[in-house]
Design a protein around this ligand. Structure first.
Ligand SMILES: Cc1ncc(COP(=O)(O)O)c(C=O)c1O
Length: 637
């Protein structure tokens, strides 16, 4: 059964008579007038009980703070904002003074027109409850318009009656087709030049995520990262980036002709996790490269580690370096105090988020949040459009609008539920006595111990070392025997994500499966355990810009030389491709780097070994792996 809608509105006043009159007056309005959000007005007489309610009441949407009777009323507003950024806060005053930006509106204390106050609360919630694009799309579809425009399936009409492909139409459902429209439909605005419903939806997203501007991206954070890199670096410029950044960031370096300075990702050798970068290294690299235009970091990482970003960003800003934080895995961070602060809240200039990874948007639906005081919107728009299809998926845009509405109105409740689920799942898994969910201390490499790094509890990495199953074997058993698909594995960990879509039944099924597998595969020794992950070899020096190596004249040389050893001609040659062992997907070579013996030996070991690690970026020729290098850069050895 769907839970009933309810919205609580809190009046915080130490003046009992005033609060009682206001509560009674507003509840009278709620009973007598239209009440689509099921508003209910309640009172707290002190700041601490108000904060307590805000920290626990999932239905709380709005708060009136009586400045005449509550000491430091604006401080209470700020504390409420720090706890729940989405709440509509109203300051009740008897004289006008400076009002903090956390307040939605100021209300005159002498005003006993409760009808008006009631409407004020309703309209603030109604604003957050709007989904301008999704609503217009629904109205358009329900208006059943004839289509003489792209896409060619024309609302699904090309498939519906076909003896060959009608089954696809039936399986996908009619709305996947009739919501698939095009820029010809002018009432749906244009993603490339938004001025009506898409712009309104983006403005609401900016309010919700605390940014100055937000942009919808329909090709994932992979594209979002490239757009920002291009807009910040243009066709050159120095960028400081984590070696373990997503490959889209490395691709952008090539595309922009950027001059990269790599930060060495930390490695947890026991479990095969990579990142983040020690704070001291980031600060030292910034100090050594004050001419850099941009710093790019990932927070949180795939495994859920997130930085104490404020000091890092402040340091970058003190040197005039802009900051892009890839929050592909952290779009939920703003909506629960246990997860804040987000990168936007820590002062990042640009933040990319895969709304689809943790929230309710369709795959590929991402957002860019901008807080750069020097933001050049015209230039940014061109960069965004260069990477955006002129035929974006409208269902994806609608899903961004709806995902934003959801977190704005029930993000706190949903994330509290996620955190509860994560805690129960953790307990259930640990109770098996064989499988164990890793704690921050297990995951964090020693070099980062004092850096204030935290772990997102929604990302659970399960240690499989006390089982006779390797992690890939456990993954397979969960899938084949129990119908459970996990997020990813290393050699000895299996990771699961708790998202807004996680349910109690899924928790029961996963814990049940792991209990059964723990009983069966406890204590048995495997003949050959897979090897632990090796540390990455040291970073190689650059001989030229990645773009010049990638686009310039190249030649291919075999990786393997005499007697299965390394081809020594490759030592000191300039790599022309990105070479990425997968997993973990972190490049050990990017175009322009001089290949060291250590990297070569590392690649060779992976190539000859039975690690199950794929080597992306090598070329297979005549059954032999080849490396693309800058023509003429090989040694004569
Ligand atoms: C850190 C990071 N950034 C960016 C991306 C790309 O995101 P998307 O799948 O939305 O393109 C990923 C994908 O997994 C990622 O892990």
């Amino acid at each position: 059964m769907k839970p009933a809608l309810q919205c609580n509105v809190l009046i915080v006043s130490a003046d009992t008579a005033y609060a009682a009159a206001m509560e009674a007056g507003l509840n009278h309005c709620a009973r007598e007038q239209k009440n689509p959000y099921a508003l209910r007005f309640v009172t707290q007489h002190a700041a601490d009980t108000a904060l307590e309610q805000a920290g626990t009441d999932p239905c709380l949407q709005s708060v009136f703070i009586d400045a005449a009777s509550i000491d430091d009323a604006q401080d209470l507003g700020r504390a409420l904002f720090a706890l729940r950024a989405e709440l509509d806060l109203f300051l009740v005053v008897d004289h006008v003074s400076d009002v903090d930006a956390v307040f939605h509106e100021v209300v005159d204390r002498g005003d006993e027109n409760y009808n008006q106050l009631y409407r004020l609360v309703q309209s603030a919630i109604a604003r957050r409850a709007r989904t301008p694009f999704a609503d217009t799309l629904r109205d358009y579809v329900y208006g059943a318009k004839d289509a003489w425009h792209t896409p060619g399936h024309s609302g699904g009409d090309s498939l519906r009656e076909s003896p060959w492909v009608a089954d696809f139409h039936q399986m996908m459902g009619e709305h996947i087709f009739n919501t698939d429209l095009s820029v010809s439909v002018q009432v749906l605005d244009s993603l490339l030049e938004p001025h009506s419903v898409i712009q309104e939806a983006q403005d609401l997203a900016a309010e919700t995520f605390g940014a100055d501007h937000s942009f919808f991206v329909t090709n994932g954070t992979s594209t979002a990262n490239k757009v920002i890199m291009q807009s910040q670096l243009g066709s050159g410029g120095k960028v400081i980036l984590d070696q373990a950044c997503h490959k889209s960031v490395h691709h952008a370096v090539i595309m922009c002709g950027a001059d990269p300075v790599y930060l060495r990702a930390s490695v947890n050798e026991t479990f095969g996790f990579y990142g983040p970068v020690p704070k001291a290294d980031i600060i030292a690299t910034l100090d050594a490269n004050p001419d850099a235009s941009l710093l790019v970091l990932t927070s949180c990482t795939y495994d859920g580690l997130y930085y104490d970003l404020t000091p890092i960003i402040s340091h970058a800003h003190s040197l005039g370096v802009k900051v892009l934080i890839d929050e592909a895995w952290y779009a939920h961070g703003r909506f629960h105090p246990a997860l804040r602060p987000t990168a936007v809240e820590c002062g990042a200039d640009y933040v990319t988020q895969s709304t689809h990874k943790m929230l309710s948007a369709f795959s590929q639906a991402s957002m860019i949040h901008v807080c750069d005081p020097d933001f050049d919107e015209h230039r940014f728009r061109e960069d965004l459009n260069m990477h955006t299809s002129t035929s974006p998926q409208y269902a994806m845009i609608a899903s961004l609008d709806v995902a934003r509405k959801q977190v704005s109105l029930e993000g706190f409740a949903q994330l509290q539920r996620c955190l509860d689920i994560a805690a129960r799942l953790r307990q259930g898994i640990n109770r098996t006595g064989v499988f164990r969910v890793l704690e921050l201390e297990d995951i964090l490499p020693e070099a980062l111990a004092g850096d204030g790094i935290r772990l997102d509890p929604c990302k659970l990495s399960i240690d499989t070392r006390q089982s006779s199953l390797s992690a890939p074997e456990l993954q397979l058993k969960l899938f084949e025997n129990y119908g459970i698909q996990v997020e990813k594995v290393t050699h000895n960990t299996v990771s699961v994500l708790v998202t807004l879509g996680s349910t109690e039944s899924k928790v029961h099924r996963l814990v049940y499966a792991l209990e059964q597998l723990a009983r069966k595969y406890h204590g048995q020794k495997k003949a050959s355990q897979p090897r632990r992950n090796r540390p990455l070899p040291g970073l190689c020096d650059f001989a030229c810009l990645p773009r010049d190596a990638y686009f310039g004249p190249v030649q291919d040389l075999p990786l393997v030389g005499e007697e299965h050893g390394a081809n020594l001609q490759l030592v000191d040659a300039i790599c022309a491709d990105q070479v990425v062992p997968y997993p973990p997907g972190i490049p050990v070579l990017v175009p322009g780097q001089r290949i060291t013996r250590a990297v070569l030996d590392y690649l060779l070991e992976l190539y000859h070994g039975q690690s199950g690690i794929e080597l992306h970026g090598l070329i297979e020729q005549g059954g032999l792996a080849h490396l693309r290098i800058v023509a003429g850069s090989a040694s004569d050895n």
